[in-house]
Design a protein around this ligand. Structure first.
Ligand code: ATP
Ligand code: MN
Length: 482
């Protein structure tokens, strides 16, 4: 008995006239003769040729789409088109039947919306096989990038008592009896009786704890799940997503941007090298989809071209103020085509503005820096007011074509006085963040960091259109199935 070989390895070797065993799931069975078998190691199926005249009819009937098989046979040069080799079956064992009347994944094109409803089975399609192999590679590449540079992978807590962004989008964590909540004398919920003795929530960001690590280990990164109860039913937001958050001591904003750009290029290059076939498949898929659209809505570049382009070009860097000037003067603004017209300085950019800059104006990834202090978090380093008295912070957002914001980061405010002053202005309780402020009391130094939304990265590299299709089991408003 030969040992099982994965289909990817089998198709890559050109050895014939050897006996092998493959195991996988039936994609199709044609003419009682040709089985297309897939084991998830590659999008390519291996073709099994069945000698149906000498095979038990009862067994043939059980070779149905979705069934799990173990097949032993001889590798022979293929007579058919599209594959180099076939396996001439000597022995077929049904490991698991699949009732064709009930199996939801028929060998035809299903919509992504339908596949989301059967997310437990969608891994078995070409598209999702490719997406999740690419996701796996990207995740490995993230670790490799940081490990090569001596960063320490720091596991920050999932349950915290702080809401890092102060945005009030956190999911509460409690073991209090919700039907019988303990109350204080004044009628408020008595969190002293809760599991942790205080109100807690799922983390919205590991940054604040990450900074504590950087203040001793120099360079750290987190890579873990993050939760936001934001009710944004968009194609770019999830309630549970994975974030990569490096924090670096002795970095200024330029160092921070250099690192983020290098990281993005490294992981994209890694996936292109490692998952060429999958990305080519996804690229073709998009091109086919594009053909259904009117000419003016089709993309100028294929997915592959877009990824190569991103590797070959420096990201454009400009300040928020410069971006506002460009946007004010832009055709869609003058012709009132933007839903939100850009009139003054100081408001946050909408995604239509971000996309205009990236997709129309520069046609390259863009890093925007030095945003107005009023629209950014308390921990960002404050710039000196400019000649017009405008107050900005050393923030940077990286904007990608088709995605919008993929990275948000900043140089952190290391000056205790400035930081405390900003917390007071924004009503952030200093007592609760005493530990965070301690890093500014004992050996503070310039430092910086950023957050990269992992699923937005996977969206970009796979060319998928909806963030719910790049995480195995998406969590979003009214959905926590599986
Ligand atoms: P956005 O404006 O797009 O909501 P944000 O300003 O809230 O983003 P940050 O708080 O800076 O984002 O988070 C860092 C990164 O995490 C973002 O650049 C993005 O890539 C990712 N991210 C943020 N919110 C989500 C979400 N709900 N789902 C998936 N990724 C997210
Ligand atoms: Mn947000």
């Amino acid at each position: 008995m030969s040992q099982r070989i994965k289909i990817k390895a089998l198709l890559e070797s050109d050895e014939t006239n050897i006996d092998v065993t493959v195991k996988g799931w039936v994609r199709t069975f044609r003419n009682n003769q040709f089985i297309a078998l897939n084991d998830g190691s590659t999008n390519n199926n291996v073709q099994i040729v069945v000698d149906f005249e000498n095979t038990d009819a009862a067994l043939l009937k059980r070779i149905t789409t979705g069934a799990a098989l173990s097949v032993t046979g001889t590798v022979v040069p293929s007579l058919g088109k599209g594959q180099k080799i076939d396996i001439k079956a000597k022995e077929i064992e049904i490991l698991g039947d699949s009732d064709p009347e009930k199996y939801p994944l028929q060998p035809k094109k299903h919509s992504l919306e339908f596949l989301r409803e059967i997310a437990h089975l969608r891994f078995r399609t070409n598209t999702f096989g490719a997406v999740f192999r690419v996701r796996n590679s990207l995740s490995f590449a993230v670790h490799q990038f940081f490990q090569k540079r001596g960063f320490v992978y720091l596991h920050t807590p999932v349950i915290t008592a702080s809401d890092a962004e102060g945005a009030g989008e956190a999911f509460k964590v409690t073991n209090l009896d919700l039907d019988n909540l303990p109350r204080t004398d004044s009628g408020e919920i008595d969190y002293k009786q809760d599991f942790f003795g205080k109100a807690t929530n799922l983390t919205v960001s590991g940054q604040l704890e990450g900074e504590l690590g950087a203040m001793a280990l120099s360079d750290i990164y987190t890579f873990g799940p993050t939760f936001r109860a934001e009710n944004s039913n968009t194609t770019r937001h999830l309630a549970e997503f994975w974030m990569i958050e490096p924090e670096m001591a002795f970095y200024d904003l330029d160092d921070n941007m250099d690192l983020a750009e290098a990281l993005l290029k490294y992981v994209i290059k890694y996936a292109l090298d490692k998952n060429r076939e999958d990305i080519e498949f996804l690229s073709q898929r998009l091109q086919d989809e594009d053909k259904q659209k009117p000419q003016n809505e089709r993309s100028e570049m294929t997915l592959l071209e877009k990824l190569e382009f991103c590797l070959e070009n420096d990201f454009v860097r400009l300040t928020y103020t410069e971006a506002i000037d460009i946007l004010k003067d832009s055709t869609p603004n003058k012709k009132k085509k933007f839903q939100y017209l850009v009139e003054g300085w100081g408001t946050d950019l909408q995604s239509e503005h971000e996309r205009y800059l990236v997709e129309k104006h520069f046609k390259k990834p863009v890093i925007l820096t030095d945003y107005p202090k009023e629209i950014k978090a308390f921990y960002m380093r404050q710039n000196e007011p400019d000649a017009n008295g405008r107050e900005t912070v050393r923030a940077m957002d990286i904007l990608f074509p088709g995605i919008g914001e993929i990275v948000g980061g900043s140089q952190r405010e290391e000056r205790l006085e400035k930081l405390e002053q900003r917390m007071d202005e924004m009503g952030i309780p200093k007592e609760e963040l005493w530990w965070y402020l301690d890093t500014r009391r004992f050996g503070a130094c310039p430092h910086a960091g950023f957050g990269l939304g992992f699923e937005r990265l996977v969206l970009f590299v796979t060319g998928m259109g909806n963030i719910r299709d790049v995480i195995p089991f998406p969590r979003f408003p009214k959905n926590a199935e599986f």
